[in-house]
Design a protein around this ligand. Structure first.
Ligand SMILES: NC(=O)c1ccc[n+]([C@@H]2O[C@H](COP(=O)([O-])OP(=O)(O)OC[C@H]3O[C@@H](n4cnc5c(N)ncnc54)[C@H](OP(=O)(O)O)[C@@H]3O)[C@@H](O)[C@H]2O)c1
Length: 386
């Protein structure tokens, strides 16, 4: 299974032996003075055992492999997977405890692997999808000095804040996995060099149905799909309709409406439908999305979560964000290597949704998981680390 293959991808495994808690009330932040010449003291917000609260203690000093970067972490964002692993014990994940969660980071490059000297320099401002769930805790985001995988790291423009940048990384990988992997929807990549998201699209052009555009993942799906030349028809609460239109949706419908599926079928009838992306991935949303495609003659659905058997003419695939590196690395090259740096610099890719900063220091990361679990609406929960 793809997920298991991804999770069993071997890499750095953490030297456990975390110790030395800091005093209560003392914020654990990245040292502003640290550079290559000084040896950083690393701290992390650890999940010591299944179904326990995160706690802050020391972490090993990262060792930079030839294809890695070391980050001085300024901002982490929180994702549903973090509290899901914490509260379920990580069923379905191949985890070694204690572990460091966290997939979204932004900060400054402290060290550059020997194979990457032509792409990155010490001091570069970057954002990254950190690969701790596949590669082990040295790559987990909830620490002061995580190791980054260059394949899912991008420089960010000088004028872009770390807070803005950190909302994007995991959602970009997840959107790219569903949209561009041949094993999923296999759509065309967005071009670089001109702002395709601003060009008028023909009404009879290829069209994608996206369920849940105001989620973090949905926000990147819409932007990437629209930039790649697809019309996007989507669902969100009425308070987020304008938001989804700004990101590139041509029609936004309220998913609370009991007749939403019928309205979507009427809107999509006669269009060239290239598939659907379910950015919520619950049993209900996958079945709703499937019923729409089925009524229109069938097709493929990329789901961020469940992939139940539905209709014989609808194929549902479950997305693994890491597959853009492990299974079809050309997707990471095209999106993270080419499109994202250009699109951030040109302003085509807008950091979305807006950050909701809930704390400062590693000890506030648990607060971040709690806040994400309560539920957000077009917001990305973040904690500042520097
Ligand atoms: N497979 C992977 O690799 C992968 C990677 C990342 C995330 N995920 C999963 O993807 C899901 C979304 O993650 P996220 O971070 O994007 O979530 P999120 O930002 O926390 O999602 C919140 C948003 O979901 C929307 N929403 C909730 N129920 C909805 C429904 N029935 N229909 C349409 N929209 C609905 C809300 O919209 P309104 O406020 O407009 O109502 C809200 O804006 C999670 O289950 C996560 O675990 C999977």
């Amino acid at each position: 299974m793809q997920l298991l293959r991804w999770l069993s991808w071997t890499g750095y495994r953490l030297d456990t032996g975390a110790s030395s808690h800091r005093g209560a009330g003392q914020s654990v932040l990245a040292d502003p003075q640290i550079g290559l010449s000084s040896q950083p003291k690393n701290f992390a917000s650890w999940l010591q055992d299944p179904q326990t609260q995160l706690s802050v203690s020391t972490a090993p000093i990262p060792k930079c492999g030839s294809d890695d970067l070391i980050l001085k972490n300024h901002v982490v964002a929180v994702n549903p997977v973090d509290w899901k692993i914490q509260s379920t014990g990580g069923v379905g994940f191949d985890l070694e405890y204690p572990l460091i969660l966290g997939e979204d980071v932004a900060g400054e490059v402290l060290q550059v692997g020997s194979n990457l000297k032509d792409r990155f320099q010490v001091g570069d401002r970057v954002m990254a999808h950190t690969m701790g769930l596949g590669l082990g805790s040295a790559y987990g985001g909830f620490q002061l000095y995580p190791i980054l995988t260059a394949a899912t790291t991008s420089k960010i423009p000088d004028g872009m804040s770390f807070r803005d940048a950190a909302v994007l990384p995991l959602s970009i990988s997840t959107a790219a996995a569903g949209l561009f992997l041949n094993a999923s929807l296999g759509l065309a990549y967005p071009p670089t060099g001109h702002k395709a998201r601003e060009t008028q699209l023909p009404l009879d052009g290829p069209t994608l149905l996206v369920w849940g555009c105001s989620s973090s993942v949905g926000s990147s799906v819409i932007q990437l799909a629209r930039a790649a030349g697809y019309q996007v028809i989507t669902t969100a609460s009425p308070s987020n309709h304008k938001y989804c239109e700004t990101l590139g949706a041509s029609h936004v419908l309220d998913y609370h409406d009991a007749d939403v599926a019928d309205h979507l079928i009427a809107l999509l009838k006669g269009k060239k439908i290239v598939g659907a992306y379910d950015a919520i991935g619950s049993d209900v949303t996958v079945r709703q999305t499937a019923s729409i495609l089925h009524a229109l003659g069938g097709g493929k659905i990329a789901s961020v979560g469940l992939a139940p058997d539905v209709f014989s003419d609808v194929i549902v695939s479950s997305i693994s964000s890491g597959a853009i590196v492990t299974d079809e690395p050309e997707v990471a090259d095209e999106i993270w290597g080419k499109y994202v740096p250009w699109a951030l610099e040109s302003g085509e890719l807008i950091p979305s949704p807006k950050a909701l900063v809930v704390g400062k220091g590693l000890e506030d990361v648990q607060k971040g998981l709690d806040r994400q679990k309560e539920g957000v609406s077009a917001r990305k929960v973040e904690v500042l680390l520097a």
